[in-house]
Design a protein around this ligand. Structure first.
Ligand code: CO
Length: 202
């Protein structure tokens, strides 16, 4: 199948999906067009194997999503911070989930010290996590296990960054009920595992 057929198939699948969704709930799109009121915000990896709403069985309208390579939360990233601010202050989500995944290509690049160009700069944030936990990581002899542990450590660090943002700190100061969760997804069995949760306000 050529490239233009790929796109044609994609539009056909979209039409099928819209038709099926309307059959299940004739008012589905009308209701959603008027309002979104998600309980969850998701910060996840851009990896095509980790589609946030699909793996959690949620429908459109149920999760506010931000994704980037290796699910990184940087204090100066206006893109991620703006999504977080809108989710917490305007949509008033109850949960912010930072989800990493085993087998993450971004984390692997750091483990292997591989070079891919511009993206290496972005992945320096993962390198920082590796450096911070160098003592623990060096004790893990098996390369695969070290890689998986860095996937976990990275999620926990990035979720900590979420807690440290002015957005979340202000919400907790105001008494807003908001939880932040560090979660990891296993691409081998499709299951999510919770690493920790911080339940606010503190
Ligand atoms: Co990834």
């Amino acid at each position: 199948m050529g490239k233009s057929e790929d796109l044609k198939a994609l539009f056909q699948k979209n039409r099928q999906w819209a038709d099926n969704t309307k059959k299940r709930d004739p008012q589905f799109f009308e209701k959603l067009a008027q309002l979104q009121a998600p309980k969850f915000m998701w910060i996840g990896c851009a990896d095509s194997r980790v589609p946030a709403t699909e793996i959690t069985g949620l429908l459109p309208g149920e999760m506010f999503v931000h994704r980037n390579v290796a699910n990184i939360v940087v204090h100066t990233d206006l893109n991620c911070l703006s999504v977080l601010q809108f989710a917490v202050e305007i949509l008033k989500v109850d949960h912010v989930i930072v989800c990493g995944h085993y087998g993450c290509g971004g984390i692997k690049a750091v483990c292997d010290a591989a070079q891919f160009g511009l993206i290496d700069n972005w992945l320096m944030h993962v390198k920082d996590v590796e450096n911070k936990h160098a003592v623990e990581l060096k004790k893990i002899k098996k390369k695969d296990e070290r890689f998986s542990r860095l996937c976990e450590l990275n999620v926990m660090e990035q979720a900590t960054h979420v807690c440290e943002t002015t957005v979340v700190q202000d919400a907790w100061k105001k008494g807003q009920q908001l939880s932040v969760h560090a979660v990891i997804y296993d691409i081998h069995d499709g299951l999510l595992k919770k690493l920790w949760s911080k339940v606010g306000p503190k």
